[in-house]
Design a protein around this ligand. Sequence first.
Ligand code: GLU
Length: 283
Amino acid sequence: MKKLFALLMSLTLLLALAGCGGDQPSNTPNQGGAPNASASSITPAAITERGVLRVGVKTDVPGFGLQNIADNTYSGIEIDLSYKIAEQLGVDKVEFTPVTAATRGQLLDSGDIDMVAATFTINEERKQSWNFTTPYYTDAVSLLVKNDSGIENFEDLTDIVVGVATGSTSKAALIAAAAEAGVTLDEDKNFAEYASYPEIKAALDAGRVQAFSVDGSILAGYLDNTNHIVESIRFSPQDYGLASKKDATEWAEYLDGLITGWLADGTMAQIVADNGVVASYTE
Ligand code: GLU
């Protein structure tokens, strides 16, 4: 019995070492039986061979990732970047998957997408989980408020509820920026978390929250004649990077090489300008 148990244990260990039952997604095409089972199946060569680049993008961020529902086309900096990367790979098809702040990491981890190009802020904590390229754009966090709110500075936030997205950097950034200005915001009392930006906008319109906080680029998609962005409250630079699955190191280096090159030769600035996005955040 003991022997059988030991045999079973070593078999399990062997299987685990060989990568069986690991996190290989079921829909990842066979990459021709890569001999090294621990290497990622997401490599530039594998994507080229597959003939499709799979990218997680935003659908509701004008200038970055915007979906035109009528014809299911996408536009923005992150869309143009995706097509340019596909061109470099010799791939003529790009498959866009809508992502949110709460879903983009999981979609990378599962291997359902090759990269995220979705206003994804680079920070130390996230770098533990995913690879990020050099930043291709820097935004700042701000607040969207109703025109009659009277909100102009951090002190005005102590008695209100701010809507933020689950999985975003916004809440921590706002608490830190207010603290720097000598204002204490309560993580629970002053915030309400929502899964999506349209829900925060609806909450703002219904008066359930008195401010909507996230990167200025994202807020721009929710401007209408009843609200405005508080120009005097812009804080916490948000460096956007292309993200890839942690073990896809060759792919991450490839992406970083492209972004670095495009920042140096003016291609990146051209893409930003082509999409009508003006300035990057400066202190
Ligand atoms: N850029 C911020 C973040 O990565 C805001 C959230 C978002 O991108 O949706 O957390």
